[in-house]
Design a protein around this ligand. Structure first.
Ligand SMILES: CCCCCCCCCCCC(=O)SCCNC(=O)CCNC(=O)[C@H](O)C(C)(C)COP(=O)(O)OP(=O)(O)OC[C@H]1O[C@@H](n2cnc3c(N)ncnc32)[C@H](O)[C@@H]1OP(=O)(O)O
Length: 191
């Protein structure tokens, strides 16, 4: 992962773990049951089980299957970016910021073969107001394996009104009928 970032704005402060963040080792709840990245109800999804780490880090493993191909026997780059996007966004569980991706920059350093296990790790690098800066990497075969993919991202904190305003009505109605489809509270509102 990026050792230190020199590209953060001058007003960025170090990202800190919220005192009520899930303990290290906790499998984080899917933020939406139909999320392509983490939702159990999404048949075609990645089903990432993302685990809280120490500090402001989370990890996951991703098994690359024949359903993830872009070229014969190799993972699709956009799909790998989706996995990185997901593990980056879930840092919001540790900082208590419900965020959406504003910017995602990805480096593909090695091909990722079907049948490999990608060990994903993300870290919150800094916060400036509503902006959360974060980085992630995916290593092949083990946590010390070669880096295959890297990303840097900017997430922007939004309230529930973002989803209420922009989401497809039938999906919002399904959530209203079954609020358990959403796995996180609105972190922009104090309890
Ligand atoms: C809780 C755990 C579970 C949560 C777990 C969540 C996991 C999710 C994992 C998947 C995440 C996704 O894929 S989310 C889906 C993909 N993303 C989206 O659909 C987002 C689409 N974009 C938007 O809705 C909007 O552009 C927003 C919300 C990002 C920003 O709009 P806004 O609210 O009006 O705010 P705006 O003023 O424009 O931007 C705020 C600040 O960010 C900066 N900014 C905005 N975009 C950029 C950018 N691309 N590059 C640089 N800087 C940017 C602005 O300059 C500004 O800086 P300053 O003036 O303040 O300095």
């Amino acid at each position: 992962m990026t050792a230190s970032r020199t590209d953060l704005p001058a007003d960025a402060t170090v990202a800190v773990r919220h005192p009520d963040a899930p303990a290290p080792g906790t499998v984080l709840p899917a933020h939406y049951a139909h999320c392509f990245g983490c939702g159990a109800a999404e048949r075609h999804g990645l089903h990432l089980a993302i685990v809280a780490g120490e500090g402001v880090e989370v990890t996951a493993t991703f098994e690359v299957t024949e359903h993830h191909q872009g070229a014969p026997g190799l993972a699709h780059g956009g799909l790998l970016a989706s996995a990185l996007d997901e593990i980056l966004g879930m840092l919001g569980h540790l900082t208590r910021m419900s965020c959406v991706t504003a910017r995602l920059e990805t480096d593909f350093r090695r091909p990722v073969p079907v049948g490999s296990t990608l060990h994903l790790r993300s870290r919150a690098d800094g916060v400036a107001g509503r902006k959360l800066y974060a980085s992630a990497e995916g290593r092949l075969g083990g946590t010390d394996g070669p880096v295959a993919v890297r990303a840097r991202a900017l997430f922007v904190q939004v309230g529930l009104e973002h989803f209420a305003e922009h989401g497809r009505p039938e999906d919002l109605e399904a959530v209203a009928r079954d609020p358990r489809l959403i796995g996180v509270p609105d972190y922009t509102v104090n309890p």
